[in-house]
Design a binder for this molecule. Structure first.
Ligand code: ADP
Length: 452
């Protein structure tokens, strides 16, 4: 297959198409996975921020008295916070195990503003430096000058009496989220090309596997065409040679003319038989030659064929005997013509490949719901290595002998095709110089032919 350009190109195209489709599927899955991860992380960050802000909000509102006024209790609640306009503590606030612990971590910052957005109290590292006025949109994403991003949530604060006091703003660094997503991007960007290399290799191997049966059929068709051409050429060459020789003779006696015509008749009969066999086989391949299946009596078919082939057996000095091992008639559903051809081919072969003085037995028996027809001979036999090939089209073990007897190597191929189209099977057991046994099994039917 590797040497065949057409198959190599097709294999390459198949592998490329498979690799391309897999690349698209993997790429889309990668993008989908990344977006799901990004969304899930974003949601988790938003929930965390909402939770922290909510806790602060709940803790702060009960201590707020006057709108825009920073009470001392607020500073107590937020240890380490810096009131705008006063000197702020330089050192980091002590870590306390209280509800504000997250805000005291380095990734958070906090602001309290008045109702106009003027910053009153700050805590933690402010991404935009020490602003005096801030925007009061509920959700904001802020980019710090050092490239870090922050997510910020703003909520309204009310006094104890329910009057608007100002706003609490809590921001959270998105550094860990961005780092996490960057790692996923890196894994996907490195992993996808690696996976694609593996997939391309696998698809090349798989397309090779998929093409093997196609290549085998292609070779069989090539072989079949060559064999058919060869078989057709032989009788045609014989006809042509006879005609050329005859045409060179100026005066032909009636006997010579008759001989010439007989040769041409013989060869054209051979040609006609060959073409007929080829047609039958191709129709069988297309399952168009199923024919009309009707109950056929195997006892009658065997009796008819034995009578028909007795002349051939006598000529070959072979003793042809029939043994019916059932005391009733066996019927199979079959195309009668094909059934005669099937059993006839096996019996003819047995006679033809048995030396003078040998014997051929045709035995009919029943096994469960199958009719068993055994055709046994004491002939030349078939070597074990050849036994699996004799059913191939145009295959002949001994071509000279087969050609002498008019065989083209299609007899067993046709028999096999007919047996299969009747849900039957043929098996062979043989030993060179001892003989062969062909066993044909066909399913029996209960129905019998309707008398006209
Ligand atoms: P052919 O038309 O040449 O007989 P077949 O397809 O009928 O072709 O048989 C294929 C080959 O199998 C034959 O050429 C022959 O060598 C071998 N063969 C078939 N039947 C027998 C048999 N009963 N004994 C020995 N050889 C056989």
């Amino acid at each position: 297959m590797h040497q065949n350009k057409l198959f190599n190109q097709t294999r390459l195209r198949l592998a490329a198409a498979y690799g391309g489709v897999m690349a698209i599927i993997l790429g889309l899955s990668g993008i989908g996975f990344y977006r799901i991860m990004a969304h899930a992380n974003w949601q988790a960050t938003q929930h965390e921020l909402e939770y922290t802000t909510g806790k602060l909000h709940t803790a702060l509102e009960p201590v707020l008295k006057q709108p825009d006024q920073v009470e001392a209790r607020i500073e107590k609640l937020l240890p380490g916070c810096c009131r705008v306009g006063t000197t702020c503590p330089v050192s980091a606030p002590p870590k306390q195990r209280n509800l504000l612990a997250p805000v005291q971590s380095s990734s958070y910052y906090l602001r309290l503003t008045d109702r106009a957005g003027r910053v009153l109290v700050m805590m933690g590292d402010q991404p935009e430096g020490k602003l005096t006025h801030v925007s009061l949109q509920p959700w904001q994403t802020i980019a710090a000058p050092d490239g870090n991003r922050f997510l910020q949530l703003t909520r309204v604060l009310n006094t104890q009496t329910g009057k608007p006091w100002g706003y609490v703003q809590v921001g959270r660094s998105l550094q860990d989220l961005d780092d996490h997503l960057a790692t996923i991007r890196l894994v996907l960007l490195l992993g996808l090309p690696l996976a694609l290399v593996a997939i391309t290799g696998a698809s090349w191997w798989l397309s090779g596997l998929a093409m093997q049966p196609i290549y085998r059929s292609y070779r069989q068709i090539q072989q079949f065409t060559a064999d058919a051409a060869h078989e057709l050429r032989t009788p045609l060459a014989a006809i042509r040679a006879t005609l050329e020789a005859t045409l060179q003779e100026p005066d032909l006696s009636p006997t010579e003319t008759r001989n010439t015509l007989q040769v041409i008749e013989r060869q054209s009969n051979r040609l006609a038989q060959l073409v007929q066999d080829l047609l039958l086989l191709s129709r069988m391949d297309l399952q168009a030659a199923a024919g009309k299946h009707e109950p056929c009596c195997l006892n009658d078919v065997i009796a008819d064929l034995t009578e028909e082939l007795t002349g051939l057996a006598l000529k070959a000095n072979v003793l042809l005997t029939t043994e019916i091992q059932v005391d009733h008639l066996l019927y199979v559903l079959a195309d009668e013509g094909q059934l005669y051809r099937l059993i006839g081919n096996l019996m003819t072969n047995a006679i033809q490949y048995t030396l003078s003085g040998g014997k051929v037995w045709v035995i009919l028996s029943q096994e469960d719901q199958s009719a068993v027809i055994q055709i046994q001979d004491t002939g030349i036999g078939i070597a074990a290595a050849e036994q699996c090939r004799i059913f191939d089209r145009f295959y002949r073990v001994n071509s000279d002998r087969s050609r002498q007897s008019g065989g083209s190597g299609l007899g067993l191929a046709i028999a096999q095709a007919i047996a299969r189209s009747h849900q039957g099977e043929i098996k062979v057991q043989s030993e060179p110089d001892k003989g062969s046994l062909f066993t044909l099994r066909l399913p029996l039917t209960d129905s019998q032919p309707v008398d006209d």
